[in-house]
Design a binder for this molecule. Structure first.
Ligand code: NDP
Length: 231
């Protein structure tokens, strides 16, 4: 059984993964900004003794540092760190704002970078770091997604892809892998109700996909169907 940390675990894909991993018997650290926003997570904590809920705002460096200290104090190690927390702000060209770009970069790229930096000492050999990226982060296929006004989001997830490559390189000597995974279009607050997959459906695909990721694939940009995506 593994020790798994999931960020942004109070709703959406993060919550779905927490539910599934707990059902499988793993120990899960579910992080969220505010536990009051998630009756589901509170209910799970009554059901599963292997669930630990920790507060974490990935935009706040002191919150990240506190989580690192907390895991060190508790002597908790990690087999998997899932950088799931993310935001998407829709702003079309000519209405762009500094705020949208800054917030997107902070949450979707800088937060994961600092979180890995602060939790790496707690990561066991063979640990996996999963960064949830997006199809719109692909520079090769950028022309397919220009209509969505997801510019700040796309830029921040492309930066996250680069972060994934760099981390994969730095962490190889510690035998820790890092992957950029695209979960596809999912029915969450972010994806909206018309998306292809429900959270349950995507979790059904994600769990075996993550389980099957090989060390040699570290640093790759991987789609929900297991296909390697073009950068
Ligand atoms: P949701 O919008 O449903 O959930 C986002 C989660 O991130 C929430 O738990 C939210 O917490 C949390 N979060 C946002 N900002 C912060 C922060 N500063 N600190 C901590 N937590 C934060 O999104 P999804 O479940 O759909 O997305 C999960 C991941 O998958 C994201 O990285 C997203 O980019 C990626 N993805 C999703 C797609 C989709 O179609 N849904 C498509 C491609 C990628 P709070 O409730 O406090 O806001």
């Amino acid at each position: 059984m593994a020790n798994i940390l999931v960020t942004g675990a109070n709703r959406g894909i993060g919550l779905g993964l927490v539910q599934r991993y707990l059902k499988q018997g793993h120990a899960v650290i579910a992080t969220c900004r505010n536990i009051d926003t998630s009756p589901e997570l509170s209910k799970l904590s009554l059901q599963y003794s292997k669930l630990r809920i920790q507060l974490l705002d990935v935009n706040d460096e002191s919150s990240i540092i506190d989580l690192g200290h907390c895991l060190t104090t508790l002597q908790m190690t990690l087999d998997m760190l899932i950088n799931n927390a993310g935001i998407s702000i829709m702003e079309p060209f000519e209405q762009w704002s500094i705020d949208a770009f800054e917030q997107s970069m902070r949450t979707n790229c800088i937060g994961p970078a600092l979180l890995v930096q602060n939790l790496i000492k707690q990561c066991n050999t063979h640990a996996k770091i999963i960064n949830f990226t997006s199809g719109v982060a692909s520079m090769s296929h950028a022309s397919n997604s220009l209509q969505h006004s997801l510019d700040a989001y796309a830029v921040s997830k492309t930066a996250l892809n680069m972060l994934t490559i760099r981390l994969a390189s730095y962490l190889a000597e510690r035998d820790i892998s890092c992957y950029a995974l695209n979960p596809g279009w999912v029915q969450t607050q972010m994806g909206g109700p018309k998306a292809d997959d429900s959270v349950e459906q995507v979790v059904e695909k994600l769990v075996p996909l993550i389980e099957g990721l090989k060390r040699e694939q570290s640093g790759q940009f991987i789609n929900i169907d297991g296909e390697i995506l073009a950068w």
